[in-house]
Ligand binder design. Structure first.
Ligand code: KG4
Ligand code: ZN
Length: 322
């Protein structure tokens, strides 16, 4: 059995899966409410909360899986990219558990984790496939050839990530944090054609979301509070439509360019209902595995080559990919 831990941002998560990828427990404690009043994640607040939550969350996962630490054979933990202080809490906890039981430890890249959300039962996906990874921190088009090999990056965002664009847009619309799910919800009552927001034309297979965000800002500024109230659903629907179109167009373009026959979508933004409906035939990460969780980290831990006891004691966390 594999224990996965994830603390890279504002979710404290622990999961237990079998070597075959069956999820026995997947506990996610979101700190969203804690950070909501600041309109975004406050790194120092996140670290402290991870510290309080990590042990109870692991305990809850063990109870849910009806198992004990004695049955764990491998510990997988996110070592980056993410908030460094937040990551360190998970890494320290993973090291302590692995070291105390002389277990191997797998250092998992958070982005590899998102991709590995597709490798879990009951519907595991087999590479090769083109993967759109859209989250709060990243927007990537990946050419995934093998589960254990780092994918080739075909495109990325040159400014904001797609999830970041949702979150910033939500803030402009006076919606709560995190904003993606809020925009998704409110957009259901709006007209996506009400406003014409641009889709950035950047060269190659890259993305850009700063223009659409600025367009929303200008549209909001033109409205008085009562009009904004009336137009909020229309603005949300039109804004969501622009982001989803950009994601879908680039994904289809990338698939055509590399001749990919299978397309997959992962990451927090993969939870978006319009995006899910706009890519028929694509493999979509299950909703519970789109936003940050530890089952995907445990899943990736199977493919990275675990570090044997006690070689991981000097293992460090890293904030960014470069
Ligand atoms: O993968 P994730 O949990 O964390 C990162 O690795 O960044 O992604 C979080 C992002 C947030 O920006 C959030 O607004 C967005 O995913 N998100 C959504 C939806 N649910 C979460 N965006 C659009 N529609 C949704 N339903
Ligand atoms: Zn993530």
């Amino acid at each position: 059995m594999i224990l996965g831990l994830e603390t890279s941002c504002d979710e404290t998560a622990a999961a237990l899966i079998t070597a075959d990828g069956e999820i026995l427990a997947n506990v996610v404690s979101s700190q969203a409410e804690l950070h909501a009043r600041y309109g975004g994640v406050v790194p120092e607040v996140a670290s402290r909360r991870h510290l309080e939550l990590v042990t109870p969350v692991i305990r809850e996962a063990l109870v849910e899986a009806k198992t004990e630490l004695d049955d764990v054979e491998l510990v997988g933990v996110t070592t980056g990219p993410g908030l460094i202080g937040a990551l360190l809490v998970g890494v320290a906890a993973a090291k302590a558990i692995a070291w105390a039981r002389r277990l191997p430890l797998a250092s998992v890249d958070h982005l590899h984790g998102h991709v590995a959300s597709l490798y879990l039962e009951p519907h595991p996906l087999e590479p090769p496939f083109l993967c759109l990874l859209a989250s709060g921190g990243h927007t990537l088009l990946l050419d995934v050839q093998e589960r254990g090999r780092a994918p080739r990056t075909l495109g990325t965002t040159i400014d904001d990530a797609a999830g970041e664009a949702f979150d910033k847009g939500a803030r402009l619309l006076g919606l709560g944090y995190p904003g993606g799910a809020e925009i998704d919800r409110i957009a259901q009552q709006g007209d996506p054609e009400a406003f014409d927001f641009p889709i950035a034309k950047v060269p190659g297979l890259d993305f850009s979301f700063s223009g659409v965000k600025t367009a929303l800002l200008y549209a909001v500024r033109k409205l008085d509070p009562a009009e904004l109230e009336r137009q909020r659903a229309n603005l949300a629907a039109s804004y969501q439509r622009a982001i989803v179109r950009a994601l879908v167009e680039r994904t289809q373009q990338a698939a055509a360019e590399i001749g990919a026959t299978h397309v997959a979508v992962v990451g927090g933004v993969a939870a978006n209902s319009e995006l899910r409906a706009s890519l028929p035939g694509a493999a979509l990460a299950p909703l519970a595995l789109c936003t940050d969780n530890a089952a995907m980290i445990a899943s990736a831990a199977r493919y990275v080559g675990a570090i044997p006891y006690p070689g991981y004691l000097g293992l460090d966390a890293y904030a960014s990919i470069a």
